[in-house]
Design a binder for this molecule. Structure first.
Ligand code: NAI
Length: 414
């Protein structure tokens, strides 16, 4: 086999077609270009059904945000697609199961907006302890509430962080820099940052904190995690911040704690029911309280986060395209890999059926090709095997791998 023939199998980077929809930040295009991917078609908007089908038919990689729905039907018309990049936090817009059965990993950017959320929480905490929401609302109505009553510095106060993950731990660092005493509670054992103190129970945290902030995921355990009882355990005059998920705080119980004056104030960025778009009305019983900051789920919405998302997802797509690594895929088995610089790498995605691996190995051994490395991960439905060979030219292998029963997709990297 000549070098020319090999190139026919291993698509050169500048021929790999990348389609980016919905005005994805230019940081993504810059990342693709810097890594040799120059065949990029970008659209500022989501495409209608016909145009989407037309574009995805020839795309090798596609990037979307939240308005493009990649259904089973749409994905079935994407024979060349090797991966989907959701330039967003969630991936609900893609039928991940259908994509997996078609051998298409889906990537996203779950942590690109961590800092943005943490900064908003810090700002809200300061505003709440200074009673600014009340003074601001009054000033808009022509009232001049010049008073130091119920106004406090955050320095020396206790912050209770529930959920010490990506966002919770960032909040911890920023709060400590402001001179706060940080306490946290997490169901998983976490390493404390700085002088933060781990609490052994939720109640311990609630009873010590001047400000409680929630940074947990939505799970059966966190649903209504903050209800009447928990609010009553919180210190009188403390504040509650929720920028995690709307289901975590019981709004009726919170209203009651605000009405009774038990809480000094609250800030909510997420709600049990949120309007589907900016054109839909928003109603909440918390609208009656001047001492509550209400924001429309914008904790992570900053230009910096958009830029980070562009780079993070583009990087995952390039890594998958270049090496086959699926770390960070939301619907696929996870394999972490370095590039195989010295020889050929074959990527074989197949239905998880008995005997497939044996047949894959036979393709190589029957030709006397030495396998330098083999990596396999399976889930109940799909298997993903990566084979590094020591040979640089392996005639016929790709076609034989494609012919194996149960094969979904095969690629060769060179
Ligand atoms: P993460 O997964 O890094 O951290 C979550 C932490 O919560 C983990 O340490 C986990 O062990 C802990 N946890 C889970 N269940 C718990 C329980 N029952 N009690 C105590 N701790 C528990 O998640 P990350 O990135 O920090 O996000 C946190 C939340 O913020 C998520 O709900 C996410 O959806 C939300 N979020 C909100 C945004 C906004 O715009 N307001 C933007 C980004 C994330």
């Amino acid at each position: 086999m000549t070098d020319k023939m090999v190139k026919e199998y291993s698509l050169e980077k500048n021929r790999i077609k990348v389609v980016l929809l919905e005005g994805i930040h230019k940081s993504a295009t810059e990342f693709f270009n810097a890594n040799g991917y120059t065949n990029i078609e970008s659209f500022p908007e989501a495409l209608d059904d016909n145009r989407l089908r037309e574009k995805i038919r020839t795309a090798n990689l596609i990037g979307i945000r939240s308005r493009t729905l990649l259904t089973k039907d749409i994905l079935a018309g994407a024979p060349k697609l090797i991966a989907v990049g959701c330039f967003s936090i969630g991936t609900n817009q893609v039928d991940g199961h259908a994509a997996r059965l078609l051998g298409i990993p889906v990537f996203n950017a779950p942590f690109s907006n961590t800092r943005s959320v943490a900064e908003l929480v810090i700002a809200e905490m300061i505003l709440l302890l200074r009673n600014i929401p009340v003074k601001n609302a009054a000033a808009h109505r022509g009232k001049w509430l010049k008073s130091a009553a119920n106004c406090f510095e955050v320095r020396g106060k206790s912050l209770g962080i529930i959920g010490y993950g990506h966002i919770g731990s960032q909040v911890s660092i920023l709060a400590e820099a402001l001179g706060m005493d940080v306490y946290y509670y997490d169901i998983v054992k976490k390493l404390s940052l700085g002088k933060a103190v781990s609490c052994s129970s939720l109640d311990e945290l609630l009873s010590v904190a001047h400000v409680v902030t929630l940074h947990v995921p939505e799970t059966p355990l966190t649903r209504n995690m903050i209800c009447e009882r928990e609010l009553s355990v919180m210190r009188k005059g403390s504040c509650l911040i929720n920028a995690s998920r709307g289901s975590v705080v019981n709004i009726q119980a919170l209203s009651q704690a605000l009405r009774s004056g038990h809480l000094l104030g609250a800030a909510l960025d997420v709600f049990p029911e949120e309007p589907a778009s900016s054109n839909d009305p928003f109603t909440s019983e918390l609208q009656q309280f001047d001492n509550v900051i209400l924001s429309p789920h914008v904790g992570g919405s900053t230009m910096e986060a958009q830029e980070n998302i562009g780079t993070e997802v583009a990087e995952k797509l390039v890594k998958y395209s270049d090496t086959g690594a699926t770390i960070g895929a939301t619907n696929f088995v996870q394999i972490s890999l370095q590039p195989n610089n010295n020889a050929q790498r074959f990527l074989h995605i197949h239905r998880n059926e008995p005997g497939v691996l044996k047949e894959i190995n036979y393709v190589f051994t029957s030709k006397g090709i030495n396998i330098a490395g083999e990596y396999l991960q399976t889930d109940p439905e799909v298997g993903y095997v990566i084979i590094d060979t020591e040979s640089r030219l392996s005639p016929g292998v790709l076609d034989e791998l494609r012919a194996i029963r149960g094969t979904i997709r095969v690629r060769m990297l060179y």
